[in-house]
Design a protein around this ligand. Sequence first.
Ligand SMILES: [Zn+2]
Length: 104
Amino acid sequence: MKDKKPKREYLTIEGLLPDDKITWKKISCTCSQDPNNITKIYPFAACLHCHAKESEDSLPRVPFDIVQNVHGKLGKTITRHITKIKIEKRDRRTQEILGYSFSS
Ligand SMILES: [Zn+2]
């Protein structure tokens, strides 16, 4: 008898760039490597690399649900299952991800 594996769902991410086109990945981390010196470490320190990495790490990686209000019907909501996101806005200098949109 065959075991049925649960079907794995993937999140489609549009607008990804290859690493060599992403400037922040070429900018070295300027944080202090001394863990006792936290004011010299991001987010205290203005480190472009860590700031942009935080933005990239905050991008969803798996499908997710959102609850939305139904327009014109007070208190009524619907749940949408999101399986595709699109990176809409990047920083012009560093290509840090600044915003994304989604569709189901
Ligand atoms: Zn850093």
